[in-house]
Design a protein around this ligand. Structure first.
Ligand code: AMP
Ligand code: MG
Length: 408
């Protein structure tokens, strides 16, 4: 069986970069930058006051407290024409340009009005104190964002400050999601006693959207050869990635693999040494990549995270395509008797100042509720059949850190 690492290498080899397009800054969140962005001006663009206070000459206030003559006021947005001479000060606001002659700013809290024409400076300041010099953050022409960077809110801020009202980003991959199974009913339907609701379709569609894809939801294919072939043929048409759930294991009605072959798909692998998972089909037909994910809900989500997400991000030119990995300390013993690389649900929490991993009790690869309680997956390689409490292990961060972060 192919290792996770080798399978991922095959996936990334096959995930070809998509062309780029230009979008409005408003539309750029969550996209992958397809150009290097350089600063169009120095940052700050002028010597900027970092405080509300008084622009003055630092040498004049070395013997504070002392009185300075007021020569005017500089507000944010002003282009000051006044000059601060020896023994003088100008009132200045945060974000305003330092007037000529001034070498520092004393914050208003360390000053006191003396009379209409003078101010008392109560403490000395260093040269340049409370002044952000022009170009001290970034020089015009410096690269501020690199191609392949995922555009998060902090990148949006950088794009805005460099005047990028339009941004070149990778085209979104188009991903179709098809689920299979005679027992599966739509979420809006009432399941019969031996039926279950389609959770994989919405889950995988949501994962694909978070990875930047435009998703087409294709519905539920029954476990019949002709119907499976027809649904896959439709699903493969005109999309960058087809994601199928279920029908890839060893049962009599697992029809996805032979149907893909019948449709002329090249299969690169059909099994990976991963738990949850193992049956996992990956192929290509023309320009379309196909993933056949296992039907078990946790297996589908985990294999998506490790392989499909990486493919979608790589197609968009992202430099980082895998979840962040942290070394954590196990707070309880974990076992892996699967002979495969196990991904075990845990909650990360701070325990005695260290990042600890508390196992989430789970009934296994169908237990989607347990999976939803995890904020990370501890990865135990096949050889590591037992990891004792106190040992360290790598953990893939899933990111749902919004609630219940403590160890109970
Ligand atoms: P399969 O891989 O088709 O043998 O399915 C494995 C298990 O996952 C079975 O218990 C299925 O009922 C379940 N399953 C398959 N597809 C879905 C789905 N779309 N939503 C929830 N569970 C599913
Ligand atoms: Mg099935």
């Amino acid at each position: 069986m192919l290792s996770v690492e080798d399978a991922l290498a095959v996936v990334l080899r096959e995930a070809k970069p998509l062309p780029s397009e230009e979008v409005a800054l408003d539309e750029a969140l969550g996209r992958v930058l397809a150009e290097d962005v350089a600063a169009d001006r120095d940052l700050p663009p002028f010597d900027r006051s970092a405080m509300d206070g008084y622009a003055l000459r630092a040498a004049d206030v070395a013997q504070a407290p002392c009185a300075l003559e007021l020569v005017g006021e500089v507000r944010a947005g002003d282009a000051p024409t006044l000059t601060v001479g020896p023994g003088q000060a100008a009132k200045i606001m945060t974000g305003a340009p330092l007037p000529s002659g001034a070498t520092a700013v004393q914050q208003v809290e360390k000053t006191r009005p003396l009379d209409e024409f003078r101010v008392t400076i109560e403490a000395a300041v260093e040269e340049r104190q409370n002044v952000a010099p022009r170009g001290s953050e970034v020089r015009a022409g410096d690269t501020v964002l690199e191609r392949g960077r995922l555009i998060d809110p902090s990148a949006v801020a950088v794009l805005a400050t460099t005047g990028k009202a339009r941004v070149r980003v990778a085209r979104r991959p188009v991903a179709a999601v098809l689920v299979t199974g005679d027992e599966i009913v739509d979420v809006a339907e009432l399941p019969g006693p031996s039926q279950i609701r389609n959770s994989n379709g919405p889950a995988v569609a949501a994962q694909a959207r978070l990875a930047g894809a435009n998703v087409r939801v294709l519905g539920i294919a029954p476990d019949r050869r002709d119907a499976t072939v027809a649904a896959l043929r439709e699903g493969l048409a005109g999309v960058d990635v087809l994601i199928v759930s279920g029908g890839v294991s060893a049962g009599d009605y697992d029809l996805v693999e032979p149907a893909l072959v019948e449709l002329g798909t090249t299969l690169f692998f059909t099994k990976v040494a991963i738990k949850p998972g193992a049956p996992l089909v990956f192929g290509r037909r023309g320009e379309t990549l196909v993933f056949g994910l296992p039907g078990n809900p946790v297996s589908a989500q985990v294999t998506f995270d490790v392989f499909v997400r990486a493919a979608l991000l790589r197609m968009q030119g992202a430099r980082v395509v895998s979840r962040p990995v942290l070394e954590v300390e196990l707070l309880e013993r974990l076992r892996n008797k699967s002979g495969r690389t196990a991904h075990l649900p845990v909650r990360l929490c701070l325990a005695d100042g260290k990042l600890g991993a508390q196992p989430v009790p789970s009934m296994g690869s169908a237990d989607l509720v347990a999976h939803s309680r995890a904020n990370a997956l501890v990865v135990l390689e096949a050889e590591r059949t037992l990891a004792e409490a106190g040992e360290r292990a790598p953990a893939l961060l899933l990111g749902n850190f919004l609630e219940r972060d403590g160890c109970e």
